[in-house]
Every structure is written in C-alpha cells, then in structure tokens.
Design a protein around this ligand. Structure first.
Ligand SMILES: *[C@@H]1O[C@H](CO)[C@@H](O)[C@H](O)[C@H]1NC(C)=O
Ligand SMILES: *[C@@H]1O[C@H](CO)[C@@H](O)[C@H](O)[C@H]1NC(C)=O
Ligand SMILES: *[C@@H]1O[C@H](CO)[C@@H](O)[C@H](O)[C@H]1NC(C)=O
Ligand SMILES: *[C@@H]1O[C@H](CO)[C@@H](O)[C@H](O)[C@H]1NC(C)=O
Ligand SMILES: *[C@@H]1O[C@H](CO)[C@@H](O)[C@H](O)[C@H]1NC(C)=O
Ligand SMILES: *[C@@H]1O[C@H](CO)[C@@H](O)[C@H](O)[C@H]1NC(C)=O
Ligand SMILES: *[C@@H]1O[C@H](CO)[C@@H](O)[C@H](O)[C@H]1NC(C)=O
Ligand SMILES: *[C@@H]1O[C@H](CO)[C@@H](O)[C@H](O)[C@H]1NC(C)=O
Ligand SMILES: *[C@@H]1O[C@H](CO)[C@@H](O)[C@H](O)[C@H]1NC(C)=O
Ligand SMILES: *[C@@H]1O[C@H](CO)[C@@H](O)[C@H](O)[C@H]1NC(C)=O
Ligand SMILES: *[C@@H]1O[C@H](CO)[C@@H](O)[C@H](O)[C@H]1NC(C)=O
Ligand SMILES: CC(=O)N[C@H]1CO[C@H](CO)[C@@H](O)[C@@H]1O
Length: 852
C-alpha cells in the first residue's frame, strides 16, 4: 500500500514521500478513493505537492502538508484542510488513525453520513470544522476527549440529538497552559434536547452560536458564567423561559441574539450592563412588560430589535441617548404613549439612524417634528397606531426616505407640500387617517411606486399630479372626496398595475385611453363615483385586467365588445349604471370570469347564449337583477355554470404579513335601504340573482344541479308553473327567494332537507297545500308565506292536521355548516339582504405585497 502511494506521488510530483505508518497511509488513501472531485490538502506551511489520481483522471489533488521532520521526509500529518472542494464522500472511521492532526477543516463540501466516533482519538486536534456539509446523526460524545480543541464548528449540517454534555470537558491544562474552547458553533442543525448545564464550564468561550436548532429551554443561567463571550446567538430555537438576568454579567458581549424563541417575561434591567453590545435582537418572542430605560447605557448599540413581542408601556425617551443607533425596531408590540421627541436627538452625533419601525403599537399623540432632523432616514414606519395631529412638514426634510408609512392613525390636516419633494420615496402610505385638506398641487415624487391614500377625506386634484411619476405601480385612493375629472395623463403611467379610485366624487367621462392601459393594469376600480359618458372601447388584446369595477356610476351606452379582449378578467362589475344594451352573449367566453354583475341597468331583451361547452367555465356569481330582461330562462344557460355544480373547499386568503394592505374586491350590500360595503368576505360565495326582470315561463329544474349556490333569487319576475322539486338538492342554499311570481302548486315537502336555509321568501305567489314541517322550517315566520292564501300549517294560523313543533326533528337540526373563514353574522345579514335585493359580491382577493 505504501509503495503504491509512493509510486503514485513519484510519478506525478517527483517527490519521494513515505508515511510514518501504514495506517496513516491507508486512512488517507481509503478516503481519497471516495473523493469524487478535486481536493486540496493544505496547511499553514509551505510545501505543496500536486498530482492527479489515475482513477479519476481529470480530478486534481493538491496536497499541502506540514512536515515536522523534513530531513526524514516523514509526513506527520498535522494540518488537513479539505475545505471548499465539493467533496461528496463520508468521513471514514480511519480518520481516527491520523492521531497527529492539529486541525481538520472540512468546511463547505457535500460530505454526508455521520461524524465517526473515532474522531475522539484525535487528541491533538485544536480546530475541528465541518461547517456547511450534509452530516447527519448525533454529535459524538467522544468529541469531549478532544481536550485541545479551541474551535468546534459544526454548523449548517443536519446533526440531530442533543448537545453532548461531554462538551463541558473541553477545558483543560495542556503542558501547564489552559487550553480552552473559545468558539462553539453548532448552528443550523436539528439539535434538540436541553442545553447541557456543563456548557457553563467553558469559561473561555468567546462565541456560542446555537441558532436555528430545535433547542428547548431553559437557557441555563449558567451561561452567565461565560464572561468572555462576545457573541451569544441562540436564535431560532424553542427556548421558552424568561431571559435570565445573569446574562447581564456577560460584559464582553457584542451581540446578543435570542430572536425567534418563546422567551417570555420582562427584559431584565441587567441587560443595561452589556455596555459593549452592538446588537440586541430579542424579536419574535413573547416578552412583556416595559422597555427598560437602562438600555440607554448601551452606548455602542447599533440595532435595538424588539419587534413582535408583547412589550407595553411607553417608548423610553432615554433611547434618544443611543447615539450609535442605526435601527430601532419596536413594531408589533403593545407600546403606548407618545412618540418621544428625544428620538429626534439621535441625529446629534453620528446621524446614522436610518430606520425607525414602530408600527402595530398603540402609540398616541403627535408625530414630533424633530424626526425631521434625522437626515439619513430610509424607513419611517409608524402605521397602525393612534397617532394624531397633522403630518409635520419637517418630514419633507428626510431626503433619503424610501418609505413613509403612516397609515391607520388619526392624522388630520393636509399632506404637507414638502412631502411632495421626497425624490427617493418609493412607498407613501397615508391611508386610513383623517386627512381632509386639499392635497398638494404638485408631487415631485419621482421614485414613487406605491401610493396608498385609502379612506381619508382628501379633496382636490391629486390625480392631475401623478402623470409624471413614471414608475407608479399602485395607486390606491378609494374612499376619499376626490373630485374633478379623470385626467388622461394617468394613461402615461405605463407601470401602473392597480388603480383604485372607488368611492370618490369623480365626474365626467372615462378617457378612452383608459382602455389602452389594460395591457398592464390588473385592477381598475372606479366604483361609486359620478362618472358619465360611455365605457372606453379600447380594451386591448393581451389585456392584464383581472378586476374591472365601475359599479355605481352614471355610465350609459353599450357594453363595449372590446371587453372580449380581457381574457384574464375575473371580476366584472358594471352594476348600477345606465347601460342600455341587449345581453352581452360574448361575455360568456371570458375564461376566467368568476363574478359578473350587470344589475340595475337598462339591459333588455332575452338572455341568449352559445351552444359552446366553454361558456362561463368558472362563473360563481351572476347578478342580472333589476334590468328589463325578458323571455324564458333558457336551460342551456344554466347548463354552462360548471363551477356552481361543485362545492369547493375553502381556501386561505393570501395577505401581506408585513403591511396588511391589499386591494380587496368589495361587496356592496343593500339592506333595509342602507348600502353597506363589506370587504374581506366570502371568496367562494356562489349566487344567482335574476330578480326584478320580466322573465317568464317555468323555473328550469336544471337549477337544482347548481348545488354550490348559497343564494338564489328569482323574485319579481313573471315566472309560472310549479316550484321544481330539484331545488331540494341545493344543500348549501341559505337564501331562496321566489316571491312575486305566478308560481302554483305546493311547496315540495323535500324542502325540509335544505338545512342551510336561513331565509325563505315565497310571498305573493300562488301556492297552496301544507307547509313542510321540521328542521329549519320552524324558524321561518309568517311573512315568508304572506300573500299565499292557499297555504296551511305552521307558522300560519290555518292548521294542517299535524302541525306544531316536531320536537324529534328539531333535535336533529344542526344548523348550517359553513366551510368558509368568514363573518357569520354578516352571512346572516347577507341572506336577509338578498331578500330585499342586494348589491353585488366579488370574490377574488388581490394581495399587494411590499418587497423592501
Ligand atoms: C483551509 O483552507 C481555506 C481555503 O484555502 C482557508 O480559508 C481556511 O482558513 C483553511 N482552514 C484553516 C483551519 O486554516
Ligand atoms: C459538486 O458535485 C456535484 C456532484 O457531486 C456536481 O453536480 C456539482 O456540479 C459540483 N459543484 C461544483 C461547484 O463543482
Ligand atoms: C436523527 O436523524 C436520523 C436520520 O438522519 C434519524 O434516523 C434519527 O431518528 C434522528 N434522531 C433523533 C434523535 O432525532
Ligand atoms: C400581552 O400583555 C397583556 C398585558 O400587557 C396581557 O393581557 C396579554 O395576555 C399578553 N398577551 C400575550 C399573548 O402574552
Ligand atoms: C375627521 O376630522 C373631522 C374634523 O376635521 C372630524 O369632524 C371628524 O370627526 C374626524 N373623523 C374621524 C373619523 O376622526
Ligand atoms: C417640483 O419640482 C419643480 C422643479 O423641478 C419645482 O419648480 C416645484 O416647485 C417642485 N414642486 C414642489 C411641490 O416642490
Ligand atoms: C410633468 O413634467 C413636465 C416636465 O417635466 C412639467 O412641465 C409638467 O408640469 C409636469 N406635470 C405635472 C402634473 O407635474
Ligand atoms: C404623456 O407623455 C407624453 C410624453 O412622454 C406627453 O407628450 C403627453 O402630453 C403626455 N400625455 C398626457 C395626457 O399628459
Ligand atoms: C389605444 O389603442 C387603440 C387601438 O387599440 C389605438 O388606436 C389608440 O391610438 C390607442 N390610444 C392611445 C392613447 O394609446
Ligand atoms: C353627478 O354629476 C352631475 C353632473 O355631471 C351633477 O349634476 C350631480 O350633482 C353629481 N352627483 C353627485 C352625487 O355628485
Ligand atoms: C335604449 O336605447 C334605445 C335606443 O338605442 C332607446 O330607444 C331606448 O329608449 C333606451 N332604453 C332606455 C330604457 O333608456
Ligand atoms: C493503529 C490504529 O489506530 N488503527 C485503526 C485505524 O482505524 C481503524 C478504523 O477505525 C481501526 O480499526 C484501527 O484500529
């Protein structure tokens, strides 16, 4: 074996080398033969041999070895560095034969398998590094024999099991010198089990990095003994204990990072002793109580990161003394009280504070104008608090501001015109306040991408200022008092994806060029304004439009055929306008159309459709009510509605975790003459409303196949004949309204199986016979049946022989089970509202994700 290596090396290197022992040679050779790629044997010493192996002809093997005894050419392998070689072998147990190794560096390879216990034989080892490989299994307890170890780095593997207590032995006297582990790094593994208390023996430890494991608590207070620690990183574990005060002993600590655990209880005042701390990261725990004002002692602190906890009380004004602070991240707590103006002091020395994140708290009082001093601010995020007063115009001094997020507070007054000069601003969120005044007359916000001004009382001509902001992607300004006409300069915004101007007082015609924007625009919502004229006819081929809502305007004329180009449209709501047209047959060809409302217009003539299989493939909500449609309800029309024949499981909505702002399609409900807007609701609501038209003929029994229907309203037409028995299959139907027709015959007895039914309206038709008894039929009152003189039975006074409560069936009534995460109360109202004629429902939710 020795001679084989010898000749190999000789052939390629012209060096003559013998190994001290066959074991050493075998160990090396055996391992080498498993290595698939080029490897480097390196050392701190200067001797390099390069050779290629015969088996893997192209692979290159570099070997730097340290020869203690160069005269004899005896390799006394002390330094083995195979790092960054893409090795995919395992570590052979023969590694234990290299008993002179001082360091073994295998980092950044693809080495798999377990760490062999034989590694415990390498008693001279000072550095063991297997960082970033695919090792699995436990950390061998034999590592505790490596008394010379100063650095143990096993991070980024798949090691599991618990941390061996034997690691606590890694402090020892060697030749009268205290050799002690000073670097212990086990992060990004799958270690579980408690942190052994003996780690408290490792008094010379500088870095303890155990993050990203599954370590449970407790963080033993013994860690307070590790007074030489510079870095203590235990984040991303499952530590569920209070933070021990003794951590305040670790005066040399530069970084204390305990984020993403289940730590609870207060932040100990003792942490104020950690005067060398640069970074304190305690976010994503369940810490409670106040932020200790003694943290002002941490004069070297760059980042104070306490977000996502349950901290309460005020923000200590003393934090204004942290002159080296770069970021203060306290968001998503229960902090209250004012925003300390002292934070404005943070400019005085280094002027480096560049992010202040205090959103999702309960801060109140004004935004101090002193914040305008912090010239390097990039991120100022104060949304979701109770801040009041005006937006200080001094914020216009923050020339480097990237995002200014002040939405959902109680701010009043105008948007200061100085804000219009923030040329680096990309995100301006001022929505959900009470900003009332005129908006600035010019917006020089040349970098702006996202403008969120929803739900204020803004007046004025802000829209006229947007035409030059070529990067604008989202304009969300619904629920304001914007007036004037839609400027055609908006059409120059070729990056625009969402234009939400609903519920304002916009007047005039929609510029034709708006149709051309459909190439990039995904949401165009101008519902509930006072727009007049005709719809644009220029919707282009390749339209990106997903949601198009012009509900509640005064638009007239025809429904433009160019809408046929909007192949991605999911929601089309043209309800409550003055459109005068026949039924747009071609809308059925839109492959993504889920919601179609044309209610309350002047549409007329019969409903027609095409024989094609591909009509209305995903339609879930159809509202044609309050028009002047005539003729029969064609069976073939209902045959198309495939999506209504299947009950879909509920889906979780996407929502933006960081900001919680998204464009949501909204649903308008008219109940008792009061129009409510309800958002965040009913993604999968399936309804048909054909009420208040002039339909005649029979109710097609095919409707009974649309089993996903939640509401069916055919009221106030001229429909005759019997109620089809097939309707008993509508097991999800909560609201059924057939009133105001000319129906005859009886209520099908099978209707008692409609257990989801909460609202039934059959008044003023011409039914007779007995009202079915049992289940939810007990809950309907007289007025469900009013005007049907021939009906008998509970709740009517005319008896039907065996009426009254049937207690047996009442017991079996379990009520309706709804699969959606939704507002049940609303559902109730909704069903009631459908009896009175409701608005339209929309069911897609488009999240707008902020990516910083
Ligand atoms: C091993 O070699 C790599 C690359 O040459 C080097 O970065 C690393 O510091 C070496 N390891 C040790 C323990 O010296
Ligand atoms: C690492 O080795 C794998 C096969 O083991 C190979 O697919 C990959 O390309 C190699 N990567 C590099 C950077 O050489
Ligand atoms: C460690 O992982 C291995 C697979 O890699 C598994 O067989 C073993 O059960 C795991 N042990 C523990 C303690 O999780
Ligand atoms: C948060 O703290 C408040 C008191 O400040 C307490 O009532 C509440 O239960 C805490 N919540 C959690 C999740 O710990
Ligand atoms: C908005 O401000 C006006 C006065 O400017 C006030 O009358 C109104 O109550 C405020 N609305 C809210 C919701 O705070
Ligand atoms: C916008 O910039 C122009 C010059 O580029 C300037 O004249 C105007 O005053 C600025 N508008 C505001 C509101 O500052
Ligand atoms: C847009 O920019 C041009 C020139 O840059 C300027 O003349 C015009 O007033 C600007 N329009 C608005 C609305 O700011
Ligand atoms: C759109 O931009 C062009 C130049 O890019 C300009 O000439 C035109 O006036 C702008 N249109 C509107 C309506 O502002
Ligand atoms: C809009 O598109 C139509 C064709 O679809 C084109 O004729 C017209 O010039 C476009 N208008 C604008 C303002 O781009
Ligand atoms: C709508 O606009 C018309 C003029 O186009 C105006 O007479 C009417 O008062 C406006 N209605 C509302 C509610 O603003
Ligand atoms: C619809 O338009 C036609 C002309 O195209 C007109 O005769 C009719 O009166 C209009 N209907 C309504 C209800 O306005
Ligand atoms: C001399 C010596 O320690 N040899 C060992 C080399 O490694 C193998 C595998 O662990 C052992 O079996 C030998 O005893």
């Amino acid at each position: 074996m020795v001679s084989k290596i010898f000749s190999l090396l000789q052939f390629f290197t012209h060096f003559t080398i013998t190994f001290a022992s066959t074991e050493e040679a075998t160990a090396l050779l055996k391992w080498k033969s498993t290595l698939k790629n080029q490897i480097y044997f390196s050392s701190s010493l200067s001797f390099t041999i390069t050779f290629a192996s015969t088996e893997e002809a192209t692979a290159l093997l570099k070997w730097k070895a340290n020869f203690k005894n160069q005269n004899n050419f005896v390799p006394f392998l002390e330094y083995l560095n195979l790092s960054m070689n893409n090795l995919s072998s395992t570590i052979p147990p023969e590694i234990g034969n290299l008993t002179n190794l001082v360091y073994l560096d295998l980092k950044i390879n693809q080495i798999s398998g377990t760490i062999p216990s034989q590694i415990g034989s390498l008693v001279k080892l000072q550095i063991l590094c297997t960082f970033d490989n695919h090792l699995n299994g436990p950390i061998p307890g034999e590592i505790g024999y490596l008394r010379s170890l100063t650095k143990l780095s096993l991070g980024r593997n798949f090691l599991n099991g618990s941390i061996p207590a034997s690691l606590g032995n890694l402090n020892n006297f060697v030749l009268g010198i205290l050799i002690n582990l000073n670097y212990l790094e086990l992060y990004n593994n799958q270690l579980s089990g408690p942190i052994p208390s003996v780690l408290g023996n490792l008094k010379n430890l500088n870095e303890l990095v155990l993050l990203n494991n599954n370590l449970p608590g407790p963080i033993l207070s013994v860690l307070g003994n590790l007074i030489n620690l510079n870095y203590l990183e235990l984040y991303n574990n499952q530590l569920s204990v209070p933070i021990p005060s003794v951590l305040g002993n670790l005066k040399n600590l530069n970084e204390l990072v305990l984020l993403n655990n289940n730590l609870y209880g207060p932040i100990p005042n003792m942490l104020g002793n950690l005067i060398n701390l640069n970074y304190l990261g305690l976010n994503n725990n369940q810490l409670s109580g106040p932020i200790p004002s003694v943290l002002e002692n941490l004069k070297n602190l760059n980042e104070l990161v306490l977000f996502n906890n349950n901290l309460s009380g005020p923000i200590p004004s003393e934090l204004g003394n942290l002159k080296n602070l770069n970021g203060l991240l306290l968001h998503n707590n229960q902090l209250s009280g004012p925003l300390p103006s002292e934070l404005g002091n943070l400019k005085n020395l280094n002027d480096i504070l560049n992010h202040l994140l205090l959103h999702y708290n309960q801060l109140s009082g004004p935004i101090s104008s002193e914040l305008g001093n912090l010239k390097n601010f990039n991120h100022l995020e104060l949304f979701d608090n109770q801040l009041s007063g005006p937006i200080p115009s001094e914020l216009g001094n923050l020339k480097n501001l990237n995002d200014l997020l002040l939405s959902n507070n109680q701010l009043i007054g105008s948007i200061p015109s100085s804000i219009g000069n923030l040329r680096n601003l990309q995100y301006l969120f001022l929505g959900d306040n009470n900003l009332t005044e005129e908006s600035p007359s010019s917006f020089n916000l040349t970098s702006l991408k996202f403008l969120h001004l929803l739900r204020n009382n803004l007046k004025g001509k802000i829209l006229q200022c947007l035409g030059n902001i070529s990067g604008l992607q989202y304009v969300m300004m619904s629920h304001n008092n914007l007036n004037g006409e839609l400027p055609s300069s908006i059409c120059n915004l070729t990056s625009l994806q969402v234009l939400d101007l609903g519920r304002n007082n916009l007047i005039g015609a929609i510029p034709q060029c708006f149709g051309n924007m459909s190439g990039h625009l995904e949401v165009l919502d101008m519902q509930h304004n006072n727009l007049s004229g005709t719809l644009p006819t220029t919707f282009c081929i390749g339209s990106a439009l997903g949601s198009f809502n012009l509900h509640g305007n005064k638009l007239e004329g025809k429904i433009p055929r160019s809408l046929e180009n909007c192949k991605r449209v999911e929601v089309l709501d043209l309800g409550d306008n003055l459109l005068n047209d026949t039924f747009p047959v071609w809308l059925g060809t839109l492959p993504e159309l889920r919601v179609l409302s044309l209610r309350l217009n002047k549409l007329h003539g019969p409903i027609r459709t095409l024989g094609s299989e591909r009509m209305y493939p995903v339609l879930r909500l159809l509202d044609l009510s309050s028009n002047a449609f005539t003729g029969n309800l064609p069976t073939i029309f209902f045959q198309h509605f495939r999506a209504m024949r299947k009950i879909y499981p509920s889906k979780k909505r996407r929502s933006d975790e960081r900001y919680g702002y998204y464009y949501e399609n909204s649903i308008a409900v008219v109940t008792k003459g009061l129009e409510l807007e309800v958002v965040r609701i009913l993604c999968l609501y399936t309804t048909i409303d054909l009420s208040n038209n002039k339909f005649e003929g029979h109710i097609p029994s095919i409707i009974g196949g649309l089993i996903a229907l939640r509401a069916l309203n055919l009221s106030h037409n001229g429909l005759g004949g019997h109620i089809p028995r097939s309707l008993e299959s509508l097991s999800s139907v909560g609201s059924l309204d057939l009133s105001g027709n000319h129906l005859v015959g009886e209520i099908p007895a099978q209707f008692i199986s409609l257990t989801a039914l909460e609202a039934l309206s059959l008044y003023y038709i011409h039914l007779k016979g007995c009202i079915p008894q049992g289940n939810q039929f007990h809950t309907f009152e007289n007025n469900s049946y009013e005007g049907n003189d021939g009906l008998r039975g509970f709740p009517l006074s005319k008896g039907c022989g065996n009426d009254g409560h049937d207690s047996a069936s009442e017991e079996t009534y379990t009520g309706s089970e709804l699969d959606e995460e939704s507002n049940y109360e609303f559902l109730n109202d909704f069903w009631k509202a459908t009896l009175l004629g409701y608005g339209t429902g929309l069911c897609i939710v488009l999240s707008i994700i902020y990516i910083s």
